[in-house]
Every structure is written in C-alpha cells, then in structure tokens.
Design a protein around this ligand. Structure first.
Ligand code: NAP
Ligand code: MG
Length: 491
C-alpha cells in the first residue's frame, strides 16, 4: 500500500519522491508507505490554500456548515474502516476506536457544522451618531500540526472550527500515524469541501512541521504536542508574527480525598491514566491519595491495573494496546529506572509484558510507582505512558500544594463528597480543566486547553471559533455632528 500527500484536491507524490513506512505497533511490521512532504511540497500546499481562501471564506456560513454536517455523516458511514485504520496505525484498542475516537470525531465536525452560522459579531454602543459593529473574519491560511496519540480526533478538533470559521488549512499529521487523516481527506472531498481548502502533508516535524511554523504565507499555526516543540514553534512563528495556539503536555493531578466514593474513584482513576495506554496530555498521571484511604485505595487500584487485558488492538476483548512507537516505549520504560534512582517503589509493571504474542510489539505493562517526594522526576516530568506516580497527602492544604507543584497546568481532578471543597479546589487548581468526581471528560462544546507550560489558547466550543477568527471593528457615521477640529472659513 502506498499513500500520497493531499494537495489542491489531488493525491500526489512528494516532489522529492521520498516515502517512509508507517508501522503497526502491535508487531512493528510495515502497514503502508507514505509520501513525506518537504519544504517545496509545503509551498504547494500553502499556495493551494491561498487560492481556495477567497471563495471558501465568503461562502454563506450555513453552506460551510452543511458540508461539515455531511462530513460527520460520512465519518459515521465509514466508522468501521476508520476505527480499524486508527487501531492499526496507533495501537488504540479497537473497542476504544469504535466507542470513542470515531464517534468523537464525527461529533466534533457536527458540532462545528452547526456552529458555522451561529458565531457572530457585535454592535457596540458608542457615541451618538455612530454605528460600530464587529466582523469576525477568518484568519486566512492556517497551519496545523498534530501528534500521534489521537490522530483522528485531534485533526477534527483543529480542522472543524477552522473550516467553520472560513479558514483554509495546511495540516501535518505526525509522521508515524498519517493514515486516518489521509482517509479523512478522501471523505472531505466526497462531502464537497472544495479543492485546496484542506491540504494534508505528512512529513517530518523537523522539516515540514518547522516550515509550516515559519511560512510567511501562513497566518496562524495551531499545535498539539510536547512543550519543547511548542517553544520551537513560537520562535519559528516570529518571522511573520503568526497567531499561535499551543496545546502542550501535562502532569495531571488526580486527587482522592478520604470522603470519596472509592469504587468510582478506583475505576475512574484507572481510566484517567490507562486509557489510550496513558498517551494523553490530560492523563491523570499523578495519583494523589489522602493518607487515611491510601493503602486500601492502592490495593484495589493495583488489583484492577494488573487485570487490564493487554493484547492485539484489533481484538475486541483488548483493553490496552501497545504504545504507538518502539522509540516511545523505550522512553516510557526508562522512567522505571528514573523512579528507582530517586528511591521510588515500583508497585506494578515497569516492564514489557512477557507474553510471547506481544514480544514484537511496543507494549508496556500498566505501571504504578510510589514516589518518595512530589518533587522527584517521576512526579514532575510527563511520561506519556501507562505509568502513574502515586503520592500521599494529609490535608487539603498539602493536596493543593502538591497538585499545583508543577510547571504544567492542563487537566486536573478530584474525588470528594464535600461540596465546598470540590468548588474550592476547582477555583484554586492551576489548570485549564477540572473534573469533579470524574476524570478526562471532553465534549466539542467545552473549552479545552491549558495554562503555564501546558500552552495557551482553547480548542472546542465558542472559544475555538474565537481562536480561528480575528475581530474587525467597523465605524459608520450615521448622523454624527462633528464640529471641525481645524475650523476654517468655508471656501
Ligand atoms: P512532538 O515533537 O511535540 O511532536 C508532535 C508533532 O509536532 C508531530 O507532528 C511532530 O512531527 C511535530 N514536530 C516535531 N518537531 C517539530 C518542529 N520543529 N516544528 C514543527 N513541528 C514539529 O512530540 P514527540 O516527539 O512525538 O513526543 C515526545 C513527547 O511529547 C511525548 O513523550 C509526550 O510527553 C509529549 N507529547 C504530548 C502530546 C500532547 O497531546 N500534548 C502529544 C504527543 C507528545 P513528527 O513526529 O512527524 O516528526
Ligand atoms: Mg503507525
């Protein structure tokens, strides 16, 4: 199988002819060869997006919306193919792809399809005789760079609002997971998205991604990925002062108080860290337990973690698949050593599973580590795998100090039956999102993003439409009597 770039409505080879295989992380066998875009291909994609912009941006918003609604229907009609492709390329268990990735992707296009003609400017009461109103204009050509952990969903979070607002797009999926975004390109053409409105250019981050961030023809760049790469993007964007939107890493605190419903908290905390093999920026990767319930909770949580069924992602019974690449698996496993060096105790996992049928894949056992201190590396650095760091606290003040004791601020959550405490923590947590008696909920209507080293800007909801538009203020002299500032006798 061979996949090409999608530029100007056509599937085309890279100008260099370069390709790279994408692998199945279950056994590291190649699935397909994929064209790798270089700078010249990005130039072509930007030119196509610029040509498509005038017509797309001036089309009736309701017509853009209708196309996105049709795309949502097509995603549902092709749900099984998309789910299998996502599982094959990323290692997501097919149960997850079917129940979460695909329906959430369709829901995102549908939400922003409906949003297209409901997002509007304002009229502003200014001095007498003037009408002042705002236009919400699309930014222009937007560059979007997404990571490999949720390729299908994350492309929808970026493309749906951008398209609803009338922008045109150059999108770079991660080089190791390009397949579902190329399938979406096909469905977009079928839904009636005109050629050049969306261009998909798989390629290396250091080449195609970097050039998208630099490109003078791109007005905005939206990025999801690591904090280090986010900072490089900010620097590269300075040339033409691009608008930048960053959704970066996290080290989410998941706080269980002594009055929590432990059954719900055990299951919800396992979901918080082990769903998607822990490869989620909003993972609840710091499990913080009140000392009164810590032992009981940890015992039940460990029993549950050990029972999670690892296996081939295409098997419907599988609950945890492989990590998405061998390189990343090795990085995650290296944190067992990091933990040990600082006196951490590995309660479960910390290694690849021994089962022969998993030996060639990128698997890691669900890993639970008790850290000595919340300042240790395993309690501070994003591991981005099925790796949870357990910390204990004795009261609310200590819980808040630990929870806010990282440079990140993305997802966070707490389990308690005390209403005042719940809302007090919601106020005081340094985070973009707070979940109370649940974890890791997302919805296309609810703003998603972070503070601090987790980035800036918000995806989803009306906030996303604000991010993908700029405001123009229009002043009209209706009947204002303006005395001349430079009075002169009339000629
Ligand atoms: P990354 O470098 O941030 O990659 C994310 C995306 O950015 C990929 O499409 C990547 O391309 C691209 N990219 C890389 N260098 C770039 C550059 N100089 N300019 C523009 N784009 C560039 O992340 P990673 O190396 O895959 O993963 C490392 C760590 O990042 C993970 O262990 C995790 O901690 C974190 N991470 C966070 C998220 C999140 O959801 N917030 C997602 C992924 C990773 P290619 O990969 O195709 O080269
Ligand atoms: Mg792959």
């Amino acid at each position: 199988m061979r996949h090409q770039l999608f530029i100007g409505g056509q599937f085309v080879d890279a100008l260099s002819g370069e390709t790279q295989p994408t692998l199945n992380p279950h056994d590291n066998t190649p699935i397909a060869d994929v064209a790798m875009a270089g700078r010249a291909d990005v130039d072509l994609a930007v030119a196509a997006a610029q040509r498509a912009f005038p017509k797309w941006s001036r089309m009736a918003a309701a017509d853009r919306g209708r196309i996105l609604l049709k795309l949502a229907d097509l995603i549902e009609a092709n749900a099984e193919e998309l789910a299998r492709l996502e599982s094959l390329d990323t290692g997501h268990p097919i149960k997850d792809s079917r129940a979460l990735d695909v329906p959430r992707t369709a829901a995102c296009y549908r939400y922003f399809g409906g949003m297209a003609d409901k997002f509007q400017g304002e009229t502003i009461p200014v001095e007498a005789g003037f009408l002042n109103y705002t236009l919400r204009e699309p930014v222009g050509v937007v560059g979007q760079v997404v990571p490999w952990n949720f390729p299908l969903m994350f492309t929808s979070w970026k493309m749906a609002p951008a398209l609803a607002a009338g922008n045109t797009i150059v999108m770079k999926p991660a080089e190791i997971t390009p397949l579902t975004s190329l399938k979406i390109a096909e469905l977009m053409a079928e839904a009636g998205i005109p050629e050049g409105v969306v261009n998909i250019v798989p390629g290396l981050g250091s080449v195609a991604g970097q050039y998208i961030a630099e490109h003078p023809g791109i007005a905005k760049v939206a990025f999801t990925g690591s904090t280090a790469t986010g900072k490089r993007i900010v620097q590269a964007s300075a040339g033409n002062l691009k608008k930048v939107q960053l959704e970066l890493g996290g080290k989410g605190p998941n706080i269980v108080f002594e009055d929590a419903n432990l059954t719900a908290a055990v299951n919800g905390s396992a979901w918080a860290i082990f769903h998607n093999q822990g490869q989620a920026c909003i993972a609840g990767s710091r499990l913080m337990l009140h000392s009164a319930i810590a032992d009981e909770f940890l015992e039940r949580f460990t029993t549950l973690a050990r029972s999670i069924r690892l296996g081939n992602p295409l098997d419907a019974a599988t609950e945890m698949g492989p990590l998405t690449s061998a390189l990343h698996r090795d990085r995650v496993l290296s944190y067992a050593q990091v933990a040990a060096e600082q006196g951490g105790e590995i309660v479960a996992g910390g290694r690849a599973p021994v089962a022969a049928e998993l030996a060639r894949g990128c698997y890691v056992e669900p890993t639970i580590v008790k850290a000595r201190s919340w300042r240790d590396r395993v309690a501070q650095e994003e591991v981005f795998g099925p790796f949870v760091t357990v910390l204990t606290f004795k009261d609310d003040a200590e819980a808040l100090e630990i929870a806010n004791g990282t440079d990140y601020g993305l997802g966070s959550g707490l389990w308690t039956s005390n209403l005042q405490r719940a809302h007090r923590f919601a106020r005081d947590l340094h985070a973009g999102m707070v979940w109370i008696n649940s974890y890791k909920r997302v919805n296309p209507g609810s703003p998603f993003g972070g503070v601090g080293q987790s980035g800036y800007g918000r995806e989803m909801g009306f906030d996303a439409m604000r991010e993908y538009t700029q405001v123009k203020s229009v002043w009209v002299n209706v009947d204002a009597q303006i005395p001349p500032w430079y009075p002169r006798p009339a000629a």
